[in-house]
Design a protein around this ligand. Structure first.
Ligand code: PPE
Length: 308
């Protein structure tokens, strides 16, 4: 998706002009995928933009880096403040996407990541519907990928590490080339894991079910966690349970969650319509509640927002 440039990108403590936010071609992370990132959104509220679950995203960034043994030379607090600063400076009255990136920089070559310098950047830009407006309205058409999700003993699926996304990219190419909107990957044991950048929920007999990240090799999603809380607050039962592909075919409803995608209904999986293919009632109610919460319209979720 093409990005619209904004004014500034925060790089290692400085606000740098968008066009000058460049790095050396021999940066370690470019060669070996040594880095970790976050995806965060800020939304418009009646009192200006607010960043959604900023602390949780920053904590996950530190967890990702702990797993891959990168020491971030800033504190969670410093990166929270830097994010607020860059969202403010870039002036996003309608909200934006926020991309914090920790990467190994220039000065060392060779697989050994330990001696390489650690750099941090935070960029923001307006980002629309991740899978297109049609998927938001009518649901996404998904295909189970022939590419499996990583075995967590091959690649740490709990880390949102940059190198891991070669796997997602391969699945995405396959799905798009085959005429679908998005891929779903199965874990090493054949269980449903996640999309290339989204978690999965199904609704069965009024109960919401999502694969547990530890078993399914899915990223523990901040949006997934928000939907679990919202659904329970609405009085629905939510279970973390392993599922296989036919559970998707036979679900009453299904939807995907993620920061970029937000909440998108699933119309079909492998050409089997989910129910009648239209967004289901529980999908709609949790999605509407989520959309109100992120925009500061529901006081009970106010603690999820960081005002800019
Ligand atoms: N699984 C994966 C593999 C993933 O990348 C994401 C986020 C999620 C689940 C959902 O996590 P959360 O955003 O915390 O609810 N994917 C990010 C990157 C998208 C991109 O194309 O870049 C995102 O949504 O920001």
């Amino acid at each position: 998706m093409p990005i619209t440039p904004t004014e500034k990108i925060w790089m290692d403590g400085e606000l740098v002009d968008w066009d000058k936010a460049t790095i050396h071609v021999l940066s370690h992370g470019l060669h070996y995928g040594t880095g970790a990132f976050e995806g965060i959104r800020a939304y418009p509220t009646s009192s200006g933009p607010a960043v959604f679950r900023l602390r949780e995203h920053m904590v996950r960034l530190f967890n990702s880096c702990k797993i891959i043994m990168i020491d971030i030379p800033f504190s969670v607090e410093e990166l929270i403040n830097a994010t607020v600063e860059v969202v403010r400076v870039n002036d996003h009255p309608d909200g934006c996407y926020v991309r914090p990136l920790v990467y190994l920089g220039y000065g060392e070559m060779g697989v050994n990541p330990l001696p390489a310098p650690v750099n941090v950047a935070i960029a923001t830009w307006p980002w629309g519907a991740y899978l297109g407006e049609n998927a938001v309205k009518n649901g996404a058409r998904l295909k189970i990928s022939s590419w499996r999700r990583h075995d967590p003993n091959a690649m740490p699926t709990a880390a949102k590490a940059t190198g891991m996304y070669l796997n997602s990219g391969l699945a995405k190419i396959e799905a798009l080339k085959s005429g679908y909107d998005e891929a779903i990957m199965l874990g090493p044991e054949g269980q449903v894991s996640e999309g290339t950048g989204e978690n999965i929920f199904i609704v069965r007999d009024g109960v919401l079910v999502t694969p547990p990240s530890s078993e399914a090799g899915a990223l523990p999603g901040v949006t997934q966690d928000s939907i679990v809380k919202i659904a329970r607050d609405l009085g629905y039962e939510v279970r973390f349970e392993a599922m296989v592909r036919t559970d998707l075919y036979l679900a009453d409803e299904a939807f995907m969650t993620g920061t970029a995608v937000e909440i998108v209904p699933i119309q079909s999986v492998d050409d089997r319509l989910v129910n009648d293919g239209r967004p289901g009632p529980i999908t709609n109610i949790v999605r509407n509640t989520f959309n109100s919460a992120v925009r500061g319209e529901l006081s009970q979720y106010e603690s999820w927002l960081t005002r800019v």
